[in-house]
Ligand binder design. Structure first.
Ligand SMILES: CCCCCCCCCCC/C=C/C(=O)SCCNC(=O)CCNC(=O)[C@H](O)C(C)(C)COP(=O)(O)OP(=O)(O)OC[C@H]1O[C@@H](n2cnc3c(N)ncnc32)[C@H](O)[C@@H]1OP(=O)(O)O
Length: 355
């Protein structure tokens, strides 16, 4: 038996072939069909259940509005998109970190996909870094779990078999910058006039904290020792042109979106990102991702291992110590005071903006 299900969240159609007999592979089947996956919800439905609903009515696996991450794959070009979707600022909570790792692994499990674009459904913020509320008066149980989930995102992104391209539409401070630096290629939007320039960098010292060694070293490996040493100490947030000059990003796109939407992007982007089909950062990110996807994968992955395996090994070896340092540091009284002050300032700024 074969039936087709109209997906409410993308224009793609899912072919369901003899789904009743594919119980253990149902999530895979949906994923291969190009449907944005959401592991929790998919795994909570049995294949038999899905098949029954599929015969009767359009299948709504999840709503893109309440997914922390939205994904889609375009097998023809070998490119996928993984977009963070946690309003208002894509700040990294335990759950968002886990969703990024899970979705990346799901994309990796499709042998037809060679590249992934890491993007944001927010057109002005790539990611605001760690969710600062995770750091204030944290519980003893959640804090190490939270940090572990961030380490895991780094390991998964930096060590991915996929070519990873960061489409940085807007701000990317601290751990938001880490996500971008863990990718293979970074494209940043040049901003809309001098007053609305997005920035990228490790601003931790401005919050009274310091980037952990693996994050700091990521900047060192990207822009070189001396510039990184200075940027880390000062907590520099680079506007686009400075980020390009320093080598924090590989490309800056200053042109405005055109009115014509790009046909490939229409097929590639998840519904939550359909407004970005004429966005020059996305267009460039797709071109770059497709370019990587054409390189013989074994050779591409081997070359990535040459530059990344040592630091990944080091990360694995020091991971537990890193978690202990982090928890000790964050729960220190002085650090807690600094963080509270910072959040207070952030809230005041938000209020002033709204009034
Ligand atoms: C020896 C070893 C020791 C190891 C020790 C380790 C120590 C820890 C290392 C941690 C490493 C990583 C750290 C981080 O990532 S910390 C987070 C850093 N991020 C920031 O500082 C960004 C703060 N946000 C901003 O500057 C702006 O919001 C931004 C430029 C991103 C966007 O500005 P915009 O004007 O467009 O938007 P708003 O400011 O109005 O923000 C919208 C709403 O989002 C909320 N928000 C923003 N950022 C965060 C955040 N990071 N966490 C939680 N919430 C955030 C903001 O409050 C607004 O909310 P409301 O709409 O409710 O007002």
């Amino acid at each position: 038996m074969s039936s087709t299900v109209d997906s409410p969240i993308s224009s793609s159609k899912i072919q369901i072939h003899q789904l009743d007999r594919l119980a253990p592979r149902s999530a895979f089947l949906l994923f291969y069909a190009g449907h944005p996956p959401h592991q929790t919800m998919i795994s909570s439905l049995s294949a038999r259940h899905i098949a029954r609903i599929a015969r009767q009515q359009p299948l709504r696996l999840f709503s893109s509005q309440d997914s922390l991450v939205v994904t889609n794959v375009h097998e023809e070009s070998g490119v996928a998109v993984l977009a963070m979707n946690r309003p208002p600022a894509n700040s990294l909570s335990l759950e968002l970190n886990e969703a990024i790792s899970t979705s990346l692994k799901q994309i990796e499990s499709n042998p037809k996909i060679q590249s992934v674009i890491l993007a944001s459904s927010n057109p002005t913020i790539f990611s605001a870094g760690l969710d600062i509320t995770e750091l204030i008066s944290p519980s003893d149980e959640r804090l190490p779990k939270f940090w572990n989930s961030l380490q895991q995102v780094y390991i998964d992104l930096y060590g991915s078999r996929l070519a990873t391209v960061a489409a940085i539409q807007g701000h990317a401070p601290a751990a938001g910058c880490m996500l971008a630096l863990a990718c293979d290629y970074r494209i940043m939007h040049g901003g809309h006039g001098e007053e609305h320039l997005p920035t990228i960098g490790f601003n931790e010292t401005q919050l009274g904290i310091a980037a952990p060694p693996w994050m700091g070293q990521l900047m060192v490996r990207t822009i070189g020792f001396r510039p990184a040493e200075r940027a880390l100490a000062l907590g520099t947030l680079f506007p686009p042109s400075e980020a390009l000059n320093a080598g924090v990003v590989d490309d800056v796109i200053t042109e405005q979106s055109s009115s014509e939407s790009n046909e490939v992007l229409k097929a590639l982007l998840p519904e939550a990102l359909q407004s970005q089909t004429s966005n020059p950062v996305m267009i460039k990110a797709y071109e770059e991702a497709a370019c990587y996807a054409k390189i013989p994968p074994q050779a591409r992955v081997a070359s990535k291992l040459v530059t990344r395996s040592e630091s990944l090994k080091e990360m694995q070896m020091t991971r537990e110590d890193d978690t202990q340092h982090f928890c000790g540091f964050i729960t220190h009284e002085v650090v807690q005071k600094n963080l509270m002050k910072y959040v207070e300032k952030m809230k005041q700024r938000g209020k002033a903006k709204k009034s």
